[in-house]
Ligand binder design. Structure first.
Ligand SMILES: Nc1ncnc2c1ncn2[C@@H]1O[C@H](COP(=O)(O)OP(=O)(O)OP(=O)(O)O)[C@@H](O)[C@H]1O
Ligand SMILES: [Mg+2]
Length: 430
């Protein structure tokens, strides 16, 4: 589970930290920077797949097929206000050993956008304090100082300074670090690094942006699709696999389906079409069978979230935009409950943005503690982040008035404006 996202000079963020819980709901006005958080996670996802910085921001094609959607705004929009570098970092706790770790990556993006590079990459074991620099900071004038703080240092050409006996090949991401350390060394720093790198990769590769698109989710799916695509592609196949689970999973899915969509979807059917693809059919409460292409958008969205929460788990972190989209408040309530139950085991994590006061009101006591406000002050356009419960007086006012009313009246933003920028447009001293 990720416990913190750090953003420096990334898009609308100048220097911000997003604290993360099992279920983190992000609220904030239009253009406050909520989707830029998603883009930062996408950056980490792309790098963890072994893409270069340029490949991560651009669209990727393999054999003519789109295999990576890139990042909104491309490389051109990556750095905050004309800066030429940005940094993204995460803290995470990883099971089973519950090691707390941190991964940071700085990228340099020259103004002409040519040859963006990874300028600095670092892994830290926060439990032991070990720090592994995978790349040196650019123009590191005082290399010796860096070395003093590092267990060992790897450079582009694989030379190690601290312990000249260790050689490790390093590429543009964690991937090569994990893949190539020489196995024949007795130095125990290598296994430690390798283990840490493996854990980081597992966490980063568990990131999933889920942007449910009913159109894409309705399509017949290849049988055996292991998990949903970013738009919900493969829905029929994933739901079928879960339904056929002879443990509790199939039954649990069935009862959630019936609860979330009581009239339009009592049961699911998965006929195979002549092309061998899995189709999705919904059985209404009156017994009428509806093909997925005729099912409502909201129902398909709910099924996508069910498939995500019940599908292959193991360390998945879902980033969901505007969770409430197209969903009636009575169902949204159940969706929130589904997510809160799914994250209980600590293996699944959900980070979702919303504009819905209702959704905020539906959060459990635990989830509301993790809800975060993204805001921008008048005259200081960078995005700031703050847990709504940490806003002055919120612990008194939220129980009294409810988060929904405070949210719809803009109280969170107004209060932050008042506290941090009492005189609009004038920077506070200090
Ligand atoms: N490189 C950049 N430097 C500074 N600001 C940027 C940069 N890239 C994007 N922004 C700003 O980020 C804002 C958009 O942020 P984002 O899309 O995350 O908003 P949002 O909170 O998701 O809004 P909505 O609720 O409307 O979806 C815009 O105001 C845009 O100008
Ligand atoms: Mg947005």
């Amino acid at each position: 589970m990720f416990t913190e996202l750090r953003l420096r000079n990334f898009k609308s963020f100048k220097d911000a930290v997003l604290p993360l819980g099992p279920f983190t709901v992000i609220v904030g006005e239009n253009a406050s920077g909520k989707s830029n958080v998603r883009d930062a996670f996408r950056f980490l996802m792309g790098m963890a797949r072994g893409h270069t910085v340029a490949e991560t921001f651009g669209r990727g094609f393999t054999g003519g097929e789109l295999t990576w959607g890139g990042i909104r705004g491309g490389l051109h929009g990556a750095c905050h206000n004309g800066a030429e570098e940005f940094g993204v970092g995460v803290d995470f706790g990883s099971r089973p050993a519950a090691v707390e770790a941190a991964y940071d990556l700085d990228a340099r993006v020259p103004r002409d956008l040519r040859r963006p590079t990874v300028a600095f990459e670092q892994l830290r074991n926060l439990t032991s304090g070990a720090r592994y620099m995978l790349r040196l900071p650019p123009q590191s004038d005082d290399l010796a100082d860096e070395l003093r703080h590092s267990d060992f240092v790897l450079t582009d050409d694989g030379v190690t300074f601290v312990d000249p006996a260790v050689e490790v090949a390093v590429g543009g991401s964690l991937l090569p670090v994990y893949g190539h350390p020489r196995q024949d060394r007795s130095d125990d720093k290598i296994p430690h690094l390798r283990e840490l790198a493996t854990r980081s990769l597992v966490a980063l590769r568990g990131l999933r942006c889920l942007d449910a698109d009913p159109g894409a989710a309705r399509d017949p799916a290849e049988p055996g699709v292991p998990e949903l695509g970013e738009l919900g592609e493969g829905l029929a196949a994933v739901l079928r696999t879960i339904s056929e689970d002879d443990g509790n999973l199939g039954r649990a899915l069935a009862s959630w389906v019936a609860a979330l969509a009581p009239t339009e979807c009592q049961r699911l059917l998965f006929p195979i079409d002549p092309n061998g693809k899995v189709n999705l059919q919904l059985v209404e409460s009156g017994g009428r069978v509806v093909n997925a292409p005729s099912a409502s958008d909201g129902t398909i969205r709910l099924l996508v979230y069910l498939a995500a929460m019940f599908g292959p788990r193991q360390g998945k972190t879902y980033i969901i935009e505007e969770l409430e989209n197209g969903i009636h408040p009575t169902r949204l309530h159940l969706l929130v409950e589904l997510i809160e139950r799914s994250v209980e085991d600590g293996d699944t994590q959900v980070i979702a943005s919303t504009h819905s006061p209702d959704l905020l009101q539906m959060l459990s006591e635990n989830s509301i503690q993790h809800a975060v406000l993204a805001y921008r002050l008048d005259g200081q356009p960078d995005t700031r982040l703050k847990r709504i419960m940490d806003i002055d007086d919120a612990d008194r006012l939220i129980p009294k008035y409810g988060p929904a009313d405070l949210h719809s009246q803009g109280w969170f933003e107004t209060t932050m404006e008042f506290l941090e920028n009492a005189e609009p447009g004038v920077e506070q001293a200090g």
